[in-house]
Design a protein around this ligand. Structure first.
Ligand SMILES: *Cc1c(COP(=O)(O)O)cnc(C)c1O
Length: 372
């Protein structure tokens, strides 16, 4: 039993990620979705804690939604933009592109600002789009673009959106809980994240933290029944934490445990510091081993880093991956379209000492140099 519960390798991926044994153990009990022990003592506590983590100001609420993180993004896009609304999306990676794709599927008018995967959006272009097109009602941007690991300039973009009276949707999927922010100070109306990223829970649901006054306007707007954010919120509000349809009970209990462990660690600031130390240790160590980062250091997030693949005829990602996995580390393939890369994540139950061990493992995994 003990041995089975222990992970064979560390996930250096942006979610699902390595969780603590205590988070996984929290799933070893079945729950009734009708009982107070689940709804009142777990779901409602989670909802309140999420709001506290997102802002110190009043007027915010949260909704949990079944599915992967994308389901929560789709629920938000599909439930908050009215039929005559229009979305402006910053697309500098796969997750920004996915928001535009969701709008397309749902027949929501949408315009994009697409500076490419390794560049930040030009603030002048955002300003020009906003002033040229009055029909834009909503602006969506990804906080940490997990495709590359880039941290987007959300302060500037949101400030402009707010100046122009737009509703702001932030995909903070891979950053919420790992990078300090206050959504009220920033001007975010809807912030989206999921259980299996920086809060360090297991996959199964996402959540949206919303400015209540804006969410209240969303009745009847949804384009999907199961992804109706307003309806899900109303059900939770009126029935003390009850989800409309079967909820991922074990995942939710694990998430509750993960939130307690975030508090024990010292909150988001302390977690951010650990991730940051993981990232700087990783980049410095990898540089010594001859690996360059895709992005300029000024664009890096503490969440995940893209490295250029070695230029060597013997190099194959799969072989490199397997050699690291044998030593207890799972890395992530690249996702950028115009460069050959691999990615290493710093989030989850991963500590600077793990990164040091990874760097030692890297030396023996560089088989293309060993055979030369
Ligand atoms: C992980 C992630 C998502 C959602 O991914 P799922 O695979 O649907 O859980 C969305 N946006 C960003 C920035 C992400 O990192």
């Amino acid at each position: 039993m003990e041995a089975e519960m222990k992970n064979e390798y560390l996930l250096l991926t942006p979610g699902p990620l390595s969780t603590t044994a205590s988070v996984r153990e929290a799933m070893l009990k079945d729950w009734c979705t009708w009982d107070d022990e689940y709804n009142k003592d777990i779901v409602e506590v989670i909802r309140a804690k999420l709001v506290q983590l997102a802002t110190s100001q009043a007027g915010y609420t949260s909704v949990l939604m079944q599915g992967s993180g994308t389901a929560s993004v789709e629920a938000t896009i599909g439930s908050v933009i009215p039929a005559d609304g229009k979305l402006l999306v910053v697309d500098n990676g796969a997750y920004g592109a996915r928001i535009a794709q969701i709008a397309d599927y749902l027949n929501i008018a949408c315009d994009v600002i697409a500076p490419g995967e390794t560049a930040q959006p030009s603030i002048a272009e955002v300003e020009a789009k906003l002033s040229a097109d009055d029909s834009i009602t909503h602006v969506a941007i990804v906080h940490c673009e997990t495709t590359t690991g880039m941290l987007n300039p959300i302060d500037d973009v949101i400030k402009l959106a707010k100046k122009n009276g737009k509703i702001v949707i932030l995909d903070a999927m891979s950053s919420f809980g790992g990078i300090p922010l206050d959504m009220a100070d920033l001007g975010v109306d809807f912030l989206i994240s999921s259980a299996n990223k920086c809060i360090q829970g297991v996959p199964g649901f996402g959540f949206v933290i919303a400015r209540q006054a804006e969410l209240e306007k969303c009745k009847g707007l949804a384009r999907s029944l199961s992804l109706d954010l307003y309806d899900q919120w109303q059900c939770m509000e009126k029935n003390g934490g009850k989800w409309r349809f079967t909820s991922p009970t074990h995942t939710v209990r694990a998430f509750y445990q993960a939130l307690l462990e975030l508090e024990e660690e010292g909150g988001i600031a302390a977690r951010h510091q650990r991730y940051q130390e993981n990232q700087t240790t990783l980049v410095a160590g990898m540089a010594k081993l001859g690996f360059d980062t895709l992005l300029d250091a000024s664009l890096h997030s503490p969440i995940i880093t893209s490295f250029y693949s070695p230029v060597h005829s013997d190099y194959q990602f799969k072989e490199f991956y397997n050699r690291l996995k044998e030593q207890g580390f799972v890395i992530y393939p690249g996702k950028v379209s115009n460069a050959d890369c691999f990615r290493i994540g710093n989030i989850g139950d991963v500590h600077p000492s793990d990164i040091q061990r990874l760097l030692v493992a890297m030396e023996t995994a560089k088989y293309w140099e060993l055979s030369a």
